[in-house]
Design a protein around this ligand. Structure first.
Ligand SMILES: C=CC1=C(C)c2cc3[nH]c(cc4nc(cc5[nH]c(cc1n2)c(C)c5CCC(=O)O)C(CCC(=O)O)=C4C)c(C)c3C=C
Ligand SMILES: [Fe+2]
Ligand SMILES: [Fe+2]
Length: 352
């Protein structure tokens, strides 16, 4: 189960940021090895405070392991042909890092594995970066002799859509029936630098597809917008920014708003800090009745969706459909990252 990870405790924040700024697939910097540690050190106190304010760390490891264990229990029933199933977590920037997970998989003698991204929508900066890291470890022989296949995106899977829709409905039901129809649904996803969007990265259209699928499932019961949060640094990022959208809706007199995280499946500083402590606080100051739909976290509907996604993948694989999706093979038209090309052919050969 691939994801970026987060510091489980406040003192792990510096290493998390250092690993993140060292990742040229996410943030290409000139003199990366020199600049990354400097930027990470400078940013650490501010981000440490955010993790302290949300209870002392990121809950992503706890949720990923819970989701993985429950998913595997379901998989043993849904797809007994490949049982027993075992979940491993491979984080890009926090423990357990891909190197550590690779070592454990090798020690356990794993021979068949599915690289299952936990980002619903594909971006070269997220899922692409995790796949590049597995490719590097695999090519170096650090993971052992494994037959790989890849689940690279699932942002319109009906089970995922259902789980998000149910969390929205639960939040809408907290509003008085007379107000409910007017509540604005503000879907919020982590933004992307325009340089990434403009090289043809599929994330923005894939997040839009998720939002459309959720709205279809809700029968378009409410007005909605998709907005973008958490931009970092001075360059241009995909907008409109979530914070500005909240203020704009207040100005327009749309005071009932539900914020919906759509591009991440468990809580993290973006939901617990940025949305809950910043945007909702600001909205309330502007006289709004503003709430947030719960993240998927321990949702049984979501965990069932994860198991369904893997079951379908395993069935397709044994029917000879190949180790990767047709879509994974296509590089962004503007991609100049050589590792992306090597990674795609390596996975297309089943990790060999
Ligand atoms: C789908 C989700 C995400 C995308 C796309 C994404 C792209 C992206 N992010 C950065 C830079 C940073 N992101 C940081 C934290 C962070 N990013 C995501 C998700 C996506 N990022 C999450 C969930 C988190 C928080 C982790 C947590 O546990 O809470 C950070 C570090 C925090 C900070 O310093 O503000 C940076 C930096 C870029 C440049 C980028 C696209 C290229
Ligand atoms: Fe990010
Ligand atoms: Fe790429």
């Amino acid at each position: 189960m691939l994801n970026m990870g987060g510091p489980s405790t406040v003192p792990e924040t510096h290493d998390f940021l250092k690993n993140l700024f060292m990742d040229g697939d996410l943030i290409p910097l000139p003199f990366q090895r020199v600049l990354a540690p400097i930027i990470a050190r400078r940013r650490t106190p501010q981000i440490e405070k955010q993790y302290a304010d949300i209870g002392g760390g990121s809950p992503i490891l706890r949720y990923t392991e819970f989701q993985g264990e429950k998913m595997c229990e379901l998989l043993d029933e849904l797809h007994p042909e490949t049982a027993p199933h075992k979940n491993y977590t491979a984080f890009r920037y926090a423990n357990p890092l891909t190197t550590e997970t690779a070592r454990r998989m090798k020690e356990d003698g794993v021979r068949r594995a599915v690289a299952f991204t936990q980002y619903p929508q594909y971006s070269c900066s997220t899922t692409g970066s995790s796949l590049n890291e597995i490719f590097r470890r695999g090519r170096a022989g650090e993971i052992g002799d494994i037959e790989w296949s890849v689940i690279d995106r699932w942002g319109t899977h009906p089970g995922f859509v259902e789980a998000v829709a149910q969390n929205i409905e639960a939040t809408l039901s907290q509003y008085e029936p007379s107000k409910r129809k007017d509540v604005v649904l503000l879907f919020s996803a982590h933004s992307l630098p325009m340089s990434v969007v403009n090289r043809g990265d599929p994330y923005v259209p894939e997040v839009s597809a998720s939002v459309s699928a959720v709205m279809d499932r809700l029968g378009h019961s409410n007005p909605y917008r998709l907005v973008w949060q958490s931009q970092v640094g001075p360059s241009a990022w995909m907008g409109m920014q979530t914070g500005e959208a909240v203020k704009g809706l207040a100005r327009l007199g749309r005071k009932n708003v539900v914020l919906v995280p759509i591009a991440f499946t468990s809580d993290h500083i973006e939901t617990l800090y940025e949305i809950d402590l910043e945007y909702i606080h600001e909205g309330k100051e502007l006289g709004m009745d503003i709430r947030r739909a719960e993240s998927l976290n321990e949702s049984p509907v979501f965990i069932r969706a994860l198991a369904d996604i893997v079951t379908k993948h395993l069935k397709d694989y044994s029917a000879g459909k190949g180790p990767t999706s047709v879509q994974l093979d296509l590089r962004c038209p503007g991609c100049t990252n050589v590792t992306c090309a090597q990674q795609k052919s390596w996975f297309a050969r089943g990790g060999r």
